[in-house]
Ligand binder design. Structure first.
Ligand code: SAM
Ligand code: SF4
Ligand code: SF4
Length: 342
């Protein structure tokens, strides 16, 4: 196995693969209905990478040092026969961790077991409120929080753990759900992670004032429960980990806005049509599908990937602070979260 590092000496370790740009939710901060309504043109199936193409790029990435794959979207469970793809990815030499990020709406008991049997190691589910009505308003398709909680139970029962639950907080939308969310997952095997709302893409109209910061999240929980910071378990870990002093488990906080972690960022992202992005805040991806579909050899594709990664100098979150003043103008064209995955 070769190892490739970027201009800031960061190795390539993780590949996040978006399996589709479609979703059955219309979360107001991700795929707002005004922009992703009936007229929105989603990608036709032939545009999406097929399983052979995804497997091939994953194998070539593993040859350059990738050990971890995360399947995301859009909603990855909308992709038919996902377990077939997972089994193929799990068989790749060097891949030792395959995770799935999902809204849980399609994670039945049966599907959770099929995915576990195919080789998914861990699942992260997204849930932004415990209150059914609040959650229905956020996903904007009337999906109740209680059903996502059933999906979380299905993931735990299938051994897809430690199961994580992601909760994106927006000021004035769901910051009052911090304590109810914390309470729902205390004394369980589920690790709840609060996420600072990020300025991904351009369609959510993000403003710095909308962000509930890590400090505010910790203070809110500490108003009821003692919390102690835990050391990081792995280099490049995105979440700050905290444990409840009364032994009720731990939580994570992903402070991408207030405490950026670009220095340890080893993630590349592949869009559903095979563009490689070296940063979540990228404007242009690099097209790998054209060479894939026009006969490039593995060695050529590997050299292409290595070239893209070694030229990488992204550290968007670290420089966001300096640019916040004029960022509305700079934001044009940035890739959307639903297109590239979390
Ligand atoms: N549909 C799946 C889901 O919701 O889990 C996977 C794709 S979704 C884009 C991945 C994650 O990104 C979700 O946890 C979602 O809440 C999060 N996300 C989307 N937009 C975000 C934003 N602007 N800031 C922070 N997280 C965001
Ligand atoms: Fe869909 Fe996930 Fe975006 Fe919500 S956050 S709209 S579930 S892709
Ligand atoms: Fe990585 Fe870009 Fe996020 Fe920094 S801003 S942590 S480089 S994805």
């Amino acid at each position: 196995m070769q190892s490739v590092t970027d201009t800031m000496h960061r190795p390539l370790r993780d590949l996040r693969i978006s399996l589709t740009d479609r979703c059955n939710f219309r979360c107001t901060y991700c795929m707002p209905r005004e922009l992703f309504g009936a007229e929105h043109l989603f990608l036709p199936k032939r545009e999406l990478l097929d399983f052979d193409e995804i497997e091939r790029l994953a194998r070539i990435s593993a040859g350059l040092g990738v050990t971890k794959l995360r399947l995301t979207g859009g909603e990855p469970l909308l992709r038919r026969d996902l377990d077939v793809l997972v089994a193929r990815l799990a068989a790749i030499d060097g891949i030792d961790d395959i995770c799935l990020t999902t809204n849980g709406s399609l994670l039945t008991e049966k599907r959770a077991h099929e995915l576990a049997a195919a080789g998914i190691d861990r699942v992260t589910l997204s849930l932004d409120a415990i209150d059914d009505e609040r959650f229905k308003a956020i996903n904007d398709v009337g999906f109740p929080a209680s059903k996502v909680r059933t999906a979380i139970d299905n993931a735990v029962a299938a051994g897809l753990g430690p199961v994580k639950v992601n909760c994106v907080l927006q000021r004035g939308v769901n910051e009052d759900q911090i304590l109810p969310m914390a309470e729902a997952f205390r004394h369980t095997d589920v690790v709840l992670r609060f996420i600072e709302y990020m300025d991904v893409g351009t369609s959510n109209g993000w403003r710095m004032d909308d962000v509930v910061t890590a400090r505010q999240i910790v203070d809110t929980i500490r108003s009821r429960y003692g919390l102690t910071r835990l050391p990081a378990t792995a280099p490049g870990e995105t979440a700050n980990r905290w444990r409840y002093d009364d032994g009720a488990g731990e939580i994570g906080i992903i402070a991408s806005v207030s405490q950026p972690f670009c220095g340890g960022c080893t993630r590349a992202r592949l869009s559903a049509i095979g563009e490689l992005y070296t940063c979540l805040f990228g404007v242009h991806g690099r097209d790998l599908r054209t060479p894939l579909r026009s006969g490039a050899t593995d060695a050529e594709l590997s050299a292409m990937l290595a070239g893209i990664w070694s030229a990488r100098d992204d550290r968007y979150s670290e420089i966001r602070g300096e640019e916040t003043e004029n960022r509305r103008g700079d934001a044009d064209g940035r890739v959307e979260m639903s297109y590239i995955g979390g």
